[in-house]
Design a protein around this ligand. Structure first.
Ligand code: ADQ
Length: 439
């Protein structure tokens, strides 16, 4: 069956006059499945022109969305209403007249382009909070197999109810045959929302809606296990260079997109507390925070960026040599080399749908993650040190404990960690979702 993926970002980049597949993130996860089935990726494309890009094993269909509409659909409704609300950041939640209209229009444009590509019998796989209404729109057009995967957390009903369009949003998603989320907790809350907002009948594993059964289940995403293991060898030399740049210091690393959900200032505060409380470590550790720029057109992110830069500079001054902030989107191998060079990683989101950093780190390094209990990944990754990022004291203590771990405990934790990461291979995630959808 032909596969049609709907996802906001296109999986290609322009190289001179040509395009090539850009295998980052979701694209890397879905490319093999699209290649195997022959498929189309429907994405928001720049340029204002409806274009089709044909690449080996992949067609990209670009949906033209005007700049004015992008402001409401993407920067507005998706990133200033849904993103903060679903991550429980009510203080960043904004709603403006017109955003919802743009969101609906963009979803309709996606669904229309997708249906033109796939017709009634394709498998439609919709991704994420940008496109919650696409499943119902595809179904109305005549699609028979529709799934949606929700990459961010699902909040409690009381929080969701803050959104004036909550009911319409859930109704849009229930146009699908299969709704996937990362964890059983999110699944439960999604079912609670369907029951509470639409009064639908919820049974084991799903809901009855409009005479159809919609299956709702947890599909925890993972990483490319084999690919990351291969990367270890490739980045070995660069990792040694990074270690050599900090002689006599044990290396800790943190890596995230710049986002208030990722708990980057909280992590730095925890690290500062650690150096104050355990001064014997001053001069013996260095923490490298690698932050990739993100969503700089959204006001909350600009504010976060300046606060983060101030905190980073103050930390570099207060503890010379103990902290480095790099603000850049690193190449894949450069990032992995930093992981390989570090003996601990601090993954401290205040809220995260899943979080892939701890898994990537586990596979390319010899070390262990400190992992926020508010990341979806915390439910799955054994062997990590669970932390509460809101509590600098607890973070400091966890760091102190992790740095003096005995060889035996380190080995035992690594074994558990690797077993859980290997159990979450991204290839299985993709095939598992598609298999459930085509049943
Ligand atoms: P994200 O919020 O983007 O994804 P995450 O899953 O952690 O979060 O993925 C981030 C990716 O960016 C990782 O692959 C990481 O290696 C990379 N990265 C981090 N810092 C970088 C840097 N400085 N330079 C270059 N690359 C960097 C959303 C949800 C998550 C969910 C995923 C997948 O918010 O909760 O896990 O989708 O469903």
């Amino acid at each position: 069956m032909k596969l049609v993926v709907l996802a906001n970002r296109e999986p290609v980049r322009r190289v001179g006059e040509r395009y090539e597949v850009a295998l980052g993130g979701l694209a890397a996860a879905l490319y093999p499945a699209i290649q195997a089935r022959g498929g189309v990726w429907v994405a928001w494309g720049p340029g204002g022109q409806d274009e089709r890009i044909e690449l080996p094993g992949l067609v990209v269909r670009r949906v033209p969305i005007s700049a004015r509409r992008v402001a409401g659909y993407y920067r507005g409704f998706a990133n200033q209403a849904l993103w903060p609300l679903f991550h429980l950041f009510l203080e960043h939640f904004r709603i403006k007249r017109g955003w919802w209209r743009d969101y609906r229009a963009a979803n309709a444009a996606f669904a229309k382009a997708a249906f033109q590509e796939g017709g009634p019998d394709a498998l439609y796989w919709v991704h994420d909070y940008h496109l919650a209404l696409a499943p119902a729109l595809l179904r109305e057009a005549g699609a028979r197999w529709v799934g949606i995967f929700w990459h961010i957390p699902w909040p409690p009903l009381e929080v969701l109810s803050v959104l004036p369009e909550a009911e319409a949003l859930v109704r849009g998603m229930l146009g699908a045959d299969l709704v996937g989320l990362h964890t059983p907790d999110y699944v439960e809350r999604f079912l609670e929302a369907a029951r509470g907002l639409l009064g639908v009948r919820v049974t084991e594993g799903g809901v009855w809606f409009g005479g159809r059964f919609v299956r709702v289940a947890a599909f925890p995403i993972g990483v490319d296990v084999a690919g990351l293991r291969d990367a270890r060898e490739r980045v070995r030399e660069r990792a040694a260079e990074i270690r050599a740049a900090f002689p006599g210091r044990r290396i800790l690393v943190g890596a995230d997109r710049l986002d208030y959900t990722k708990g980057i200032p909280e992590r730095i505060r925890g690290y500062r507390r650690f150096l104050e409380k355990y001064p014997e470590w001053v001069g013996k550790v260095v923490f490298l925070q690698l932050t990739a720029p993100s969503r700089e057109s959204v006001p909350a992110y600009r504010g976060l960026k300046s606060r983060l830069f101030r905190l980073a500079e103050a930390t570099e001054r207060r503890f010379p040599g103990a902290f480095v902030h790099r603000y850049a989107a690193l190449s894949r191998d450069e990032l992995l080399a930093h992981f390989a060079a570090a003996e601990l990683t601090l993954v401290t989101p205040l809220r995260d749908g899943m979080n892939l950093v701890a898994m990537e780190y586990a596979l390319v390094s010899e070390g262990l993650p400190l992992l926020s209990r508010f990341a979806g990944a915390a439910r799955y990754l054994k062997g990590a040190f669970p932390v509460n990022p809101y509590d600098p004291e607890g973070l400091a203590d966890a760091l102190a404990e992790a740095l003096v771990l005995s060889q035996a405990e380190r080995r035992a934790r690594r074994t558990e960690l690797l077993a859980s990461v290997q159990g979450l291979d991204v290839g299985n995630w993709t095939e598992g979702f598609l298999e459930a959808l085509s049943k």
